[in-house]
Design a protein around this ligand. Structure first.
Ligand SMILES: NC(=O)c1ccc[n+]([C@@H]2O[C@H](COP(=O)([O-])OP(=O)(O)OC[C@H]3O[C@@H](n4cnc5c(N)ncnc54)[C@H](OP(=O)(O)O)[C@@H]3O)[C@@H](O)[C@H]2O)c1
Length: 341
């Protein structure tokens, strides 16, 4: 039984971490919730008991065995080393530690072996889009040798936090007669103003997720760097366009993957169908995968003009496998390895 801390417990990912810890019966002797001063002092129900939310910046961390962070990058930069120094493992959902060479970036189905090898008390959880893509790509890499991927993402608003969800909800509340004007004539509609996304997200798609660094966005840079690190392929060619879409939960990725060897369509589908954490579905959608643990994969096709390439459409719940579930799986693996005691 372990003393578990959830940092960012009041947020979207924190809420899913709380329910997954219960669903999967993680062996907990004590649970502690942390957030910013905004939520400190409130109480959250956990397994029939009210648990006080502590201010993460002033709390005493001693006694924690494992701490799951989803409190944003700047909080994690400051707090994760302090919590790790107090003796707890830190599993961090933010971008803060992912590309640190001493910190393993782990998707248990892909590179879980790193947990047995690492001396780092901080373990990074990958970006929610990259994570979803790497699970099926690893299977295909083992079969055919992955050389290059070209991808376009369709990212849900919940990937931008609770404020992103609120923004789409506000814009969806636009009067239905105005929305039908947009549908039938494309004329301008007065949507409530946007603050989180760079334009109106309702009734729209925006090829700009994160912020621009030269011609790429931070989401695109994360996808390139993190997929190379997770798959342990420094020379992997990766080119991606990240697009925000008016979907609440579930990131989708259209991928064309190029291999050293010629892939076989039926063999690839068969292998994906038995990959742990993957569910083959001919036409996967975000609505269907929201609330599900598996990464859904479908639309598997060979491009006749590039026979060493395989196209696939991948969908994963960004709050579950893309964040909370993966973090809890890492905690379970650390427990199995005897690292938490
Ligand atoms: N959303 C996703 O799909 C997704 C996927 C993978 C990773 N992540 C990562 O997970 C983290 C949280 O995402 P989210 O969607 O859950 O965001 P969210 O709903 O906005 O929740 C943010 C949480 O962080 C806490 N927090 C904010 N600033 C803090 C600070 N300075 N010190 C301590 N706690 C602080 C908030 O507490 P208060 O209640 O006090 O404000 C809240 O509990 C981010 O780092 C994000 O990159 C998100």
């Amino acid at each position: 039984m372990y003393s578990v801390g959830v940092f960012g417990a009041t947020g979207q990912v924190g809420g899913v971490i709380r329910s997954i810890l219960v669903e999967r019966a993680f062996p907990i002797s004590q649970i502690r919730f942390f957030a910013s001063s905004r939520s400190a002092g409130t109480k959250i129900e956990f397994n029939g008991e009210d648990v006080l939310v502590e201010d993460a910046h002033y709390a005493d961390f001693s006694g924690l065995d494992v701490s799951i962070f989803s409190a944003g990058g700047s909080a994690s930069k400051v707090l994760a080393p302090r919590v790790a120094e107090s003796g707890s493992y830190v599993i961090d959902n933010s971008p803060a530690w992912r590309m640190d060479s001493g910190v393993p970036l782990v998707v248990p189905e892909v590179n879980g072996y790193l947990l047995a090898e690492t001396t780092s008390k901080i373990i990074a959880n990958p970006n929610c889009t990259t994570m979803v893509a790497t699970v099926p790509l690893k299977t295909l890499h083992d079969l055919y040798g992955l050389k290059r991927i070209i991808a376009s993402t369709y990212q849900a608003v919940s990937g931008a936090g609770r404020l992103g969800v609120d923004e789409l909800q506000r814009q969806l509340s636009t009067r239905s007669d105005e929305l039908s004007a947009l549908t039938f004539s494309g004329q301008a509609v007065e949507f409530p103003p946007h603050h989180v996304f760079p334009g109106t997200i309702s009734g729209n798609v925006i090829p700009h997720a994160g912020s621009f660094v030269d011609h790429d966005t931070t989401e695109e840079i994360k996808f390139v760097q993190e997929s190379r690190k997770i798959l342990d392929l420094d020379d992997l060619g990766v080119f991606v366009t990240c697009v925000r879409v008016p979907v609440f939960t579930g990131h989708s990725i259209s991928i064309v993957a190029e291999f050293d060897e010629t892939p076989d369509h039926d063999e690839a589908i068969e292998a994906l169908g038995v990959t742990p954490g993957v569910r083959y579905d001919p036409v996967p959608t975000p609505l269907q995968c929201a609330g599900r643990d598996e990464v859904f994969v479908g639309r598997v096709r060979i491009d006749p003009s590039a026979p060493r390439s395989l196209a696939l459409f991948v969908v994963g719940d960004n709050l579950r496998k893309g964040a909370a579930l993966n973090a809890v799986q890492i905690a379970e693996e650390l427990a199995t390895l005897g690292r938490l005691s």
